[in-house]
Design a protein around this ligand. Structure first.
Ligand code: MN
Ligand code: MN
Length: 466
């Protein structure tokens, strides 16, 4: 019997079920998904800090005809511009022909900072035959995950004369890497009995940087002097230059395929480059001249979005206002009619830790971009909560454009929670909802995503701004 029963027909018509992108994809679509991941994985390797993400993004934008915009510059229809905010965040926009007072600006906002270990300003010392650097962690990390893995040093030092020195050590195969010591299990009984959260303290996240004493009987801290003389020879910097430096330790891992089938990607910093790259490439690939659209690559999301490169800065509103005024429009009306996808990652349901998830309302790996109507914690505290109307609008848009997507919140009620930049954008009277990629082991030194979800997020971003 080939005909469906009435009950089965009714079930298909009336009930909702998540769809798996890979299950529904043709072989051509799977090839497109895998091909797109190649560019993303290169971006991951090129852009491990927000500064590097700004540089890598400008390079991609310049190749697509984008030129630099400085506050105060005039803009006109057809312009494709980027605003480099102190080298740490980036706002890109293209001005379309449509009336922005009527339809506003379509905005994709993501962040390019990731959890890591920053150096303190007076970091260097030696003890017991080893040279070390002191760190202060940045963002929400599980400290035990950062010991006994290879680390790379990234950042800038500003010398006394104002000259800026860029440092990247540990990414090239011929480079040395750095390391955080951990206790051997033979002596680790007491440590093993500690809760995970306190077994490794912040002040033990010290970076091992060497062991060769400087060859001079007259000096005391010989290993430290070897390190300082290396830095002086290679970069012309002194210990005092650490005072005006931003140096970070990030995992010295490259992005790699995960698994026999290569369906997944392992990398440092998926959160939130896995949304930044789709948002950026959707804008750069956009061929329509109708809509005015914008991509924000923000800094400081992992520590609260404060400061001039964070999403709470006035930079976004300043630029929207400048665009509106240049086109002879009322900026307040433009913002009122603008729409934003706050593109940030979500926690993928993990059967290994099922007890913190509520499966029906969790993001499933490979089931597409995730819309989170609200985020927050303890009774939706700290969320902007997108309206049903706006979610309905996005839903129609995705359905019309063949985007497979899912709806989820982060974990069980009261299991924890988290926020995104959505509320800071919505505070400007811009309709905003969260959209992003499900991540396994979020905030770990090596996180995992599905290529299918990355591509689905690209399609979602492209549909939103076209
Ligand atoms: Mn994030
Ligand atoms: Mn995060």
């Amino acid at each position: 019997m080939s005909e469906k029963s009435i009950g089965k027909e009714m079930l298909e018509k009336l009930s909702y079920k998540k769809r798996n992108v890979y299950e529904e994809a043709t072989s051509d679509e799977i090839k497109a998904i895998y091909d797109y991941a190649v560019g993303y994985m290169k971006y991951l390797d090129d852009a491990k800090t927000e500064r590097e993400a700004v540089v890598a993004s400008i390079k991609l934008a310049t190749n697509c005809g984008y030129t630099e915009y400085k506050l105060g510059d005039k803009v006109k229809v057809g312009d494709k511009k980027y605003f480099n905010n102190h080298g740490k965040s980036l706002i890109l926009f293209r001005i379309g022909e449509n009336d922005i007072e009527k339809e506003g600006i379509r905005i994709l906002a993501s962040h390019i900072d990731s959890p890591r270990l920053d150096l303190k300003q007076v970091p260097m010392y030696e003890d017991a035959g080893m040279g070390f650097l002191k760190t202060h962690y940045y963002g929400g990390i599980k400290k035990y995950q950062w010991t006994a893995i290879p680390l790379a040093l990234h950042g800038v030092m500003i010398k006394k004369n104002g000259e800026s020195v860029e440092i990247v050590i540990g990414e090239d195969d011929s480079d040395p890497v750095f390391y955080i010591n951990d206790l051997l299990p033979h002596l680790g009984a007491r440590q093993a009995a500690e809760p995970l959260g306190t077994a490794i303290s912040g002040e033990t996240l010290n970076i091992l940087i060497g062991g060769l004493p400087y060859n001079d009987e007259e000096v005391t801290e010989k290993i430290k002097l070897t390190a300082l003389s290396y830095l002086y020879e290679k970069y012309g910097v002194t210990e005092e230059d650490f005072l005006s430096a931003e140096l970070s330790l990030v995992p010295a891992y490259k992005a790699r395929n995960i698994g026999f089938d290569g369906a997944l990607i392992g990398a440092y910093g998926h959160d939130d480059r896995v949304c930044s790259y789709p948002a950026l490439t959707a804008l750069l690939d956009c061929q329509s001249n109708e809509r005015t659209s914008m991509v924000i690559l923000a800094d400081k999301e992992e520590v609260g979005s404060m400061g001039l490169s964070g999403m709470q800065s006035d930079a976004l509103v300043d630029i929207i206002d400048e665009i509106a005024i240049a086109l002879g429009k009322n900026p307040k009306v433009v913002r009122h009619h603008s729409k934003c996808l706050s593109a940030d990652v979500n926690a993928a349901y993990d059967p290994n830790f099922a007890d913190v998830y509520e499966k029906r309302n969790s993001a499933l790996l490979s089931c597409g971009a995730v819309i989170s109507k609200y985020t927050g914690a303890r009774g939706k505290s700290g969320t902007s909560d997108a309206s049903a109307e706006f979610v309905g609008f996005v839903r129609r848009l995705f359905d019309e454009n063949g985007v497979i997507w899912q709806s989820a919140e982060l974990g069980k009620v009261d299991a924890g929670g988290g926020g995104t930049v959505a509320m800071f954008i919505a505070n400007h009277n811009i309709e905003t909802v969260d959209l992003g990629v499900p991540v396994i082991s979020m905030h770990a030194p090596y996180e995992v995503v599905s290529k299918a979800d990355v591509y689905s997020t690209y399609k979602a971003c492209a549909a939103f701004i076209k």
